[in-house]
Design a protein around this ligand. Structure first.
Ligand code: CA
Length: 220
């Protein structure tokens, strides 16, 4: 999930829509202090940080964040805030954009920093004859294509990335639906059922196991 910290509602809304269109999950906070608390409490993949904010400046937020976290941060600065840009990079911003900016450029930089932060993940995930290609986001079983919705795909990938580890419903909810999903953990059960009906039932295999009282696991 990407956090946007920006008090100008129009910019925040625009960036959020563009990012969501690209398939990212996004959280927006307009207040500096609140954003710092959220950034410390959660492991955001990346933070887009405006500098002039209510209650705490972006620079101060970043300084405090860096005491314990190395979440990639792209700062947004106005043209006349050169000193802030320098200060931001000094205290650990990974990149900066000057407002007004082209959204394509911001998207390109986000991709760069997300990639850099990724623990060299492999392009393909497999489980027996089940093959997931992350590049094309396709899933096949023994060469037969399986059509999954985005959430089904994300859940399957998350469980496979954590093979042999029991995943609680809360963990799955956080990873796939995001922290600000309003609903209960039953949604995870529902999506596991969808996966089973599209994979297990069709190919007569057992992919996602239920671990009684704990959650779900894909086990070798
Ligand atoms: Ca601002």
């Amino acid at each position: 999930m990407i956090l946007i910290v920006e008090d100008e509602a129009k910019i925040a809304r625009f960036v959020q829509l563009e990012l969501e269109h690209e398939g990212y999950t996004v959280k927006h906070i307009s207040d500096g202090r609140e954003a710092l608390e959220s950034a410390l409490a959660h492991d955001y993949e990346l933070i887009i940080l405006d500098l002039m904010l209510p209650s705490m400046s972006g620079i101060e937020l970043l300084r405090r964040l860096r005491q314990s976290k190395d979440t990639p941060v792209i700062i947004l600065t106005a043209r006349d805030q050169v000193m802030d840009k320098v200060a931001g990079l000094d205290i650990g911003a990974n990149d900066y954009m000057t407002k007004p900016f082209a959204i394509e450029e911001l998207l390109a930089r986000i991709r760069v920093h997300l990639k850099r932060n990724e623990p060299s993940r492999s392009e393909q995930l497999t489980y027996e004859k089940l093959l997931i290609n992350r590049g094309s986001r396709t899933v096949t079983y023994d060469g037969v294509p399986i059509e999954l919705t985005k959430k089904e795909y994300d859940l399957l990938v998350y469980l496979l990335e954590n093979k042999n580890i029991v995943i609680t419903r809360e963990q799955a909810l956080d990873a796939v639906w995001g922290f600000d999903f309003y609903g209960n953990t039953n949604v995870v059960d529902v999506y596991v059922r969808y996966l089973r009906s599209k994979i297990d039932d069709v190919f007569d295999i057992k992919v996602v196991r239920t671990v009684r009282g704990a959650g779900y696991m894909i086990k070798d």
